[in-house]
Design a protein around this ligand. Sequence first.
Ligand SMILES: Cc1ncc(COP(=O)(O)O)c(C=O)c1O
Length: 376
Amino acid sequence: MGTPTDNPAQVPYLDLPTQMRPIRKEIDAVIAHALDNCSFCLGPDVVQFEKDFARYCGAAHCVGFNSGTSALHVAMKLLDVGPGDEVITTPCTFVATSWAISYVNAKPVYVDIDDATFNLDPKEVERAITPRTKAVLPVHLYGHPVDLDPLLKICRKHKLPLVEDAAQAHGAKYKGKVVGTFGEMSCFSFYPGKNLGAYGEGGALVTNNAAFAARARALREHGSTQRYYHDEVGFNYRMEGIQGAVLGVKLKHLDAWTHERQRVAKRYHELLADTPLQLPREADYAESAWHLYVVRHPRRDDLKAHLESNKIGCALHYPLPLHLQKCYAALGYKPGDFPVAEKAARECLSLPIYPEMTEAQIQRVASVIKDFFRKA
Ligand SMILES: Cc1ncc(COP(=O)(O)O)c(C=O)c1O
């Protein structure tokens, strides 16, 4: 059966069927095994995956969740963030980063981003600290690590815990070390389109702190360590057994897939270097996991329409920063508060990037972009 990848004239934004094909037999076998064992909620495959992913991150503990959002929510609970508290975070992310703060009735305090990396600007964080600040929640956006050393320095100085939102950054490296253990804890998403994606929802909380891990295990399972005894109000945030089995298979391929993403990014850099686009660049401290390849241009909307009319998938991450979202109107932010984030939102355009992208597809994307600027 043909797939979009067989036809370089069409470049889908994401191509999960092509990724699934070579691992399908192994996936079928582990799913069959999970079904035979009736291990649907948590179970041995989740336990094994937690061990493997903790090892992958160089962490002592990994707790599997039913989504990255749930893991972030529990991270806020573990730090006892609550009503009246403030958490400093970025307006340039998927909204779930902020949901975690809102779910515990605390206040997201946004600061502007660094123009080069789209990540929270450490210099802005220190200015936003107040006596009510309870934690700092940066995101390794698009797979590019935030500049952790200056952030950690500020956090240590003010005795604030740092939680990494690593939902988009499985295997990304900061100064040679995989992200996930720089802060008190980190949260990952295994949503299907992520670099490590489940075949359904999934997430994880990673930490070196045994007490946090134990409480996270209890919180994800109705606040109980012993069935029908509930030490605190908890949640049903368990990872499904089948997702643990799928993730266990896919984790073995993650480094090879990241390598392929790096190949695609490198080719885009080369082929698009002489266009007016602002291209994403790795900071000298970073090895990006290249979850997304986000270019920038003031005529972003026209370029997007041009790509789509040429059957090239593209997307916007993210078109409206969180401080301007309707759901956060009560926080009182207004346009102009975070000019760097707002400009990035107006200009950003995510090009297709996935490990299976062929050279012909990459060249097709680049040539359609060049065609746009020639006509302009
Ligand atoms: C930066 C970021 N944080 C949190 C999440 C939430 O993860 P999930 O979709 O698994 O709940 C996502 C994923 O969509 C994300 O991209």
